[in-house]
Design a protein around this ligand. Sequence first.
Ligand SMILES: *Cc1c(COP(=O)(O)O)cnc(C)c1O
Length: 346
Amino acid sequence: MIRSARQPLPAITVNDALAARERIRGIATRTPLRFSIPLEYQTGRNVGLKVETMQATGAFKLRGAANAILSLAPEQRDKGVVAASSGNHGRAVAFVAKKLGIPSTICLSRLVPAAKVAAIECLGAKVIVGGKDQDAAIAAAHDIATTHGLAYICPFDDPDVIAGQATIGLEIMEDCPDVDTVIVQVSGGGLAAGVAMVLKTMKPETQVVGVTMEAGAAMYHSLKAGKPVYVEEVPTLADALQGGVLLDNVYTFGMCRRFLDEIMLISEQQIAAAMRYAFRSERLILEGAGACGIALILDRRIREFGQRIVTICTGDNIDPDVFLDIVGTQHHAQEPGTLIWPASNQ
Ligand SMILES: *Cc1c(COP(=O)(O)O)cnc(C)c1O
């Protein structure tokens, strides 16, 4: 069962997010918004970190996957689900399927890091690795869905997935009602669409800024072009942000265009620096994508933001050896933040 791009487009609303919250309770965790003492010291702003790394699968994708799978008709759900993923969505789908006792098949491209492949396999999913990029993995998953009559769970362009990710927006509004700026990572845009929709509906004056890596920024270039465009996938530390926005995108492109104030890009060096910063100063382990919000807060463009900023630590699924290589690098004096916390014994 593949949702067709030609079906009429129902708007996804705050009510959908509220319904999703009830549905996913017990599978996805309500995460804390942790105020950052080091980032306040560093930037003079009040910064809240939404710690999605506390999800059982190490990333927020559990919310959308749980909502999408629990929204399937029972007889469809019981046949099993199939997904394509840059890693975290696949892990989330496999986790939910295991919880519900239904079979899952996850298609991954060769760009997906080995640690993520292993994390999915150990949940009992059938894993198929092949294809040069995310688009190839999606094509493979579509084939399997059609051939075997399984439900295909799209990682981002699905109303139930977006509503699931939007529950993060509800929690931000509850925990920090005076938020003025939200920084949200963007790949396919399910997270950004859901979170920005909730914020702009409940508190329209909030500035909602997307952030993504310079290397292969598909939504950024699509928004500039005014339509979804193909952007080549290239290796990046933010591997969870790789992949296109789907040329026949139904939901997330339009929602990002409508609800995001802008998308800002950050370099590979900034991602690495933010990972080191998060580890040294926040004691948080973040994968590259998970550190992009902090990277933007540490950037000069912080001046364009308000006084109460929230960003999302979206995931921590990184190969431990790769992580140690990155955070073990001696930091340089010019690298933001890493020298000021903890302060010397004053
Ligand atoms: C998927 C993912 C994102 C981006 O979410 P989209 O809904 O695809 O835009 C960001 N960070 C992590 C860790 C992810 O797994």
